[in-house]
Design a protein around this ligand. Structure first.
Ligand code: ATP
Ligand code: MG
Length: 552
């Protein structure tokens, strides 16, 4: 499989060639998010790519906020993005805001006007669309295209001064209305927007368009390789045009790669914002959304995300990655990090009728046989226990090896226990199971007298700690879309299940983000938002096993 840091990464190959040809002394990349939402796992791919590339060749990576669109941006997003990049394990060399370059961008636009390469247009947005032409038809020139340089300079200055309303005028590059590449048909480069900016306040009422601003930002910062996603491929001639005609000293190179898509989720900030705003999920850090904040809260580790991003590789062709592949890297990492403990999600009470009323045995059990450095903890065993609903059946099918009337199983780390009676209330609902234990069969004593087929987990009823347990299912159901439906119609109504369960007492003081493997159940993370002094809340990070295999 291709790897971000392997020789089959075509972007890495370009960098190697450029360095060998002596084109650059040092490579400089950037990660340029627009602060209009939280970062998601797709951004992680871009972060890993940019930072790892620069790192490998002892170059630099800037974090740059591409904040040229005042109405959608916010400092809350700026802060979350910084936190997420750091949490993923990367350190930027410099932190920049595109908005710091507004004066310089303005001056470069004036330069274009002076060179006869930009003009102020009065066409409305709708008219501009009509004039633009189509893939098969050339565009039409605007009647304002041949304004004099003086008039353009005057109008552009007055745009800046705030003399016109939003949309009344726009500055366009004068390139070629007949270009086969529609992007080159006199693209807009500055628009009027009377809106407060999170960084520059009310200083500006005109803002540069992405296609004009981005190449300038890259050139100003001395970026050598400007990596972006595939939809900008057609914009590359414009990118190069802006760098050249604005007479920038540095000439960054734009390289496009395929964005990451994952099954069973959505990955655009616009859609994620809609899910948050319309309350399909609690917030940007809801464990069901693929934001970095959501994944972190669910219990993902930065290593698992980085390993995934490296493994998916870098290609030019768009594709969708199976979400199970991400889970594969998650399990691989959690296996090394999570302590193994016992928890009961859907409790049924078990009474060991031959066990003394007040007796409590403390069993010393290591947290993980494979990771002795985790040490061990004491687990109390007593007359009343809880087991999971799934581990008992009154009328079991063949091959059911857990507890049922007349059957004996091992209670993990404790004894063989046999179910004798099922106690029900007047409605037939099970209240408790009456069982007996065999003192000879204690774990670790080397008992070989007989064997049982099943081992189940349990907690001591009197000692267990109540805990809220949150189970997640995919947020988006990936089935055939019917005509006219949007992604909101595919939201899974059962993406969250909340249970009131019990965990063994060793987890009483668990802290936010402590990670456990609940034996036989799955991996769980202490929720950092809902856990309080008196209430433990666990998020299921991922179930234990999957049949998913990575192709090698
Ligand atoms: P969205 O559509 O989710 O808002 P965006 O591309 O508009 O994404 P930006 O904030 O502009 O988001 O993205 C910052 C960087 O992250 C860009 O270089 C962009 O190409 C990259 N990026 C965004 N989404 C993905 C993705 N799914 N896969 C890989 N890179 C991505
Ligand atoms: Mg965007």
């Amino acid at each position: 499989m291709e790897n971000i840091t392997s020789s089959s990464n075509f972007i890495r190959n370009i960098v190697v060639e450029d360095l060998e040809a002596g084109k650059y002394k040092e490579i400089v990349t950037r990660f340029p998010p627009e602060p209009n939402g939280y970062l998601h796992i797709g951004h992680a791919k871009s972060i890993v790519l940019n930072f790892e590339l620069a790192d490998e060749f002892k170059g630099k990576t800037n974090l740059r906020f591409d904040d040229t669109n005042p109405t959608k941006e916010d400092t809350e997003y700026v802060e979350s993005i910084k936190e997420d990049v750091k949490w993923l394990g990367f350190e930027w060399d410099e932190l920049f805001f595109a908005s710091n370059y507004f004066e310089e961008m303005y001056n470069r636009a004036v330069l274009l006007i002076k060179k006869g390469l930009a003009y102020v247009d009065d066409l409305s947005a709708e008219q501009m669309r009509e004039y633009r032409g189509t893939l098969t038809q050339p565009g039409k020139e605007s009647p304002f295209r041949n304004r004099s340089i003086e008039e353009n300079l005057d109008l552009f200055e007055r745009m800046r001064k705030g003399e016109f309303k939003d949309g009344e005028k726009i500055l366009r590059a004068k390139i070629d209305m007949a270009s086969p590449n529609i992007t080159m048909r006199d693209p807009a480069i500055y628009r009027i927007a009377h809106a407060s900016h999170h960084n520059t306040g009310d200083k500006w009422c005109i803002y540069p368009m992405y296609d004009f601003a981005h190449p300038l930002e890259d050139a100003i910062e001395g970026i050598t390789h400007s990596i972006c996603t595939l939809e900008f491929e057609d914009h590359r001639p414009l990118y190069d045009w802006v760098v050249r005609e604005c007479e920038m000293e540095n000439t960054p190179k734009q390289i496009e790669f395929a964005r990451l898509n994952l099954t069973n989720t959505v990955m655009s900030k616009r859609k994620l914002k809609q899910l948050v705003d319309e309350k399909f999920v609690d917030a940007w850090d809801d464990p069901r959304v693929p934001t970095i904040a959501g994944l972190r809260r669910k219990g993902f580790t930065p290593e698992s995300i980085r390993n995934f991003c490296k493994a998916i590789g870098v290609a030019k062709a768009a594709s969708t990655v199976d979400a199970q592949m991400l889970e594969h890297f998650l399990r691989e990492d959690l296996e090394k990090k999570a302590r193994k403990t016992m928890a009961v999600l859907r409790p049924i009470k078990v009474v060991i009728t031959n066990y003394p009323e007040d007796q409590v045995e403390m069993l010393e059990v290591p947290y993980s046989v494979d990771n002795p450095e985790f040490g061990s903890r004491m687990i109390p065993f007593s007359r009343e226990l809880y087991i999971d609903e799934d581990d008992f059946m009154e009328d079991p099918p063949k091959k059911y090896h857990r507890l049922y009337p007349g059957n004996e199983v091992r209670f993990k780390e404790a004894y063989f226990i046999k179910c004798n009676d099922v106690i029900k209330d007047e409605n037939g609902k099970i209240i408790e199971l009456h069982c007996t234990y065999d003192p000879e069969t204690k774990s670790g004593t080397g008992f070989t007298g007989r064997k049982v087929k099943g081992t189940i987990h349990w907690v001591s009823a009197k000692h267990a700690v109540p805990a809220e347990i949150r189970l997640y299912e995919p947020l988006i159901l990936d089935e055939e879309k019917e005509e006219g439906l949007t992604f909101l119609d595919q939201v899974n109504p059962n993406s969250l299940e909340i249970l009131q369960g019990f965990v063994e007492p060793s987890m009483k003081d668990a802290k936010a983000h402590d990670k456990f493997q609940f034996i036989r159940v799955g991996y769980f993370n202490v929720d950092p938002k809902y856990t309080t002094e008196d209430k433990l809340v666990f998020n299921r990070i991922v179930s234990l096993k999957s049949s998913f295999k990575i192709e090698k």
